[in-house]
Design a protein around this ligand. Structure first.
Ligand SMILES: Cc1cc2nc3c(=O)[nH]c(=O)nc-3n(C[C@H](O)[C@H](O)[C@H](O)COP(=O)(O)OP(=O)(O)OC[C@H]3O[C@@H](n4cnc5c(N)ncnc54)[C@H](O)[C@@H]3O)c2cc1C
Ligand code: SF4
Length: 472
């Protein structure tokens, strides 16, 4: 089909990403967003203006070659487009589903200034699902085996991206994971309604075929020491995430009925857990404390578990909350109620169980160091919000493995590391949330890839110059 003039492309209507209606989607944990049809993908990709500077590519943490794969999609060359997307992204079919595109590529799209931006994420998902349906996930040409061993701590996106890149370069990679299955928060945090788990399993099987070895149910620092790993492997990459919950000292937080966000999500939110093993919240009143994306996932999970009332309590207003706008809207569409400018003071019990949360009204004061207006309590304004279950989603600190002589850490449990992931201990690299604090899948993937390149340089230097290995 001949390409339209740019001014005519501006007149093309946006093709909304098809979504399951709220009354249907809250009955299960399957994905809410459906995949474009080929016709829809071509129509939406055809809206791209192929801007000279491509702000979308600059805003994508992986600097994906978005313009080029959108152009291939316009021409119906879906498999070629997918191949190109994989050149920069180790998990494009996953990023297409769960990146907060409104804050990244789509947030920078030129058309988005006045109209809906091009649905880059949905097209990334479509081209990759299309290619996988046709040819699976073919293995790349493998480099000859180097005989060098790398140990990875943690099978989340950072660890998996690092393992893939190192395996492709001929190194033998062993990934240690404390959970029964690999995937990190892709499996045990992000709910099935955003990312179905067969999509994660498919990637793990690909990595196994590539030669990556997984040792699951093994906690580094407990079942195997970091020092032992350092002695056996030629290099170590630590990607153990940031999942240690922040817990403000609120009276009553040890009452039954008060729970941290992650165990609640891990138990309930994957789409492939046995329905009988999930919590039954029918008839219950659930409050979620916090305003980030984890809070949104808990709220939407509670709706799917049948809760009668699901309320988000957040101490700032809607404009100043950290969660993605799309996530807030999705939660609202599913019947979640938001109470802004509301902060918890204590948990109230009755007969040894949670009865409610005492809260206080807040107002917004001066901006803090991040530019968000600081919430200030309104004196004498306390009130009670009744609740049978209160879920705490106040954020997370780093979760490094225990090590007596490990790399330097910051006070929040994250490692000090340079832009290549090199820590203060030669031969130990780190990346993903355990370095940057809670962030995104796409940045964890970028860290994993970058660290793999640095580890490869370190190992090759060791081969040729054992004394010079400390410099990467
Ligand atoms: C509820 C929730 C929803 C989210 N939703 C999104 C989203 O929609 N989009 C997005 O981009 N990001 C989202 N994120 C953030 C994203 O999941 C993380 O930024 C990303 O997973 C970080 O990757 P990682 O590999 O650094 O760590 P993780 O994914 O946390 O993986 C770390 C792995 O290390 C393992 N591990 C830890 N300690 C040890 C040890 N001592 N020994 C062995 N193994 C160990 C853990 O079990 C885990 O498997 C979400 C986060 C949460 C909590
Ligand atoms: S990886 Fe994420 S930010 Fe980059 S193009 Fe894909 S959806 Fe956008």
């Amino acid at each position: 089909m001949p390409r339209l003039e740019k001014k005519d492309r501006l007149k093309l209507p946006h093709v909304p990403v098809p979504k399951r209606p709220p009354q249907d989607r809250i009955t299960d944990f399957r994905e809410v967003s459906l995949t474009y049809t080929p016709e829809q993908a071509v129509a939406e990709a055809s809206r791209c203006l192929e801007c000279g500077k491509a702000p979308c590519e600059a805003a994508c943490p992986l600097h994906n070659r978005i313009r080029e794969w959108l152009a291939l999609t316009m021409d119906g060359k879906f498999v070629e487009a997918a191949h190109l997307s994989r050149a920069t992204n180790p998990m494009p079919e996953i990023c297409g589903r769960i990146c907060p595109q409104d804050r990244l590529c789509e947030g920078a799209c030129t058309i988005g200034v006045k109209r809906e931006p091009v649905a880059i994420g949905a097209i990334e998902k479509f081209i990759n699902e299309c290619a996988i349906a046709q040819e699976g996930l073919p293995l790349p040409d493998a480099a000859p085996a180097t005989g060098l061993r790398v140990g990875v701590v943690g099978a989340g996106p950072a660890g998996l991206a690092c393992a893939e890149e190192l395996a492709r370069r001929g190194h033998h990679v062993t990934v240690y994971e404390r959970q029964p299955l690999p995937g990190g928060l892709l499996r045990y945090g992000i709910p099935g309604f955003k990312l179905e788990k067969h999509v994660v399993d498919r990637r793990i099987r690909y990595l196994e075929r590539l030669g990556v070895e997984f040792v699951t149910g093994t906690r580094v620092g407990d079942d195997i020491a970091v020092e032992e790993m350092r002695a056996y492997f030629h290099a170590v990459f630590i990607a153990s995430g940031a999942t240690t919950p922040k817990r403000p000292a609120l009276p009553g937080s040890d009452l039954p009925g008060v729970e941290d966000a992650l165990p609640f999500l891990a138990r309930n939110a994957p789409d492939d857990v046995d329905a009988a093993a999930r919590d039954d919240l029918r008839g219950q009143r659930v409050v979620v404390l916090g305003g980030g994306d984890t809070a949104m996932d808990c709220l939407r999970t509670a709706r799917r578990l049948g809760a009668a009332e699901v309320v988000c309590l957040y101490r700032r207003d809607e404009a100043n909350m950290p969660g993605s706008r799309r996530e807030v809207q999705a939660a609202r569409d599913e019947g979640v109620v938001f109470r802004w400018l509301t902060a918890p003071v204590r948990f109230l019990g009755d007969g040894g169980r949670l009865r409610g949360v005492e809260c206080i009204r807040m107002e917004l004061g001066e901006p803090d160091e991040e530019g968000r207006r600081r919430p200030v309590p309104v004196e004498g304004s306390s009130f009670e919000v009744p609740a049978d279950l209160a879920i705490l989603a106040f954020g997370f600190d780093g979760s490094p493995p225990l090590a007596s002589d490990g790399p330097a850490l910051r006070r929040d449990g994250t490692y000090v590391a340079d832009e290549n992931g090199a820590t203060t201990v030669p031969g130990i690299f780190a990346g993903g949330d355990v370095v940057r604090g809670p962030d995104l899948v796409v940045t964890a993937l970028r860290d994993g890839r970058r660290a793999a390149e640095a580890i490869d340089r370190y190992l090759r230097r060791r081969l040729t110059d054992p004394l010079g290995a400390a410099t990467v």
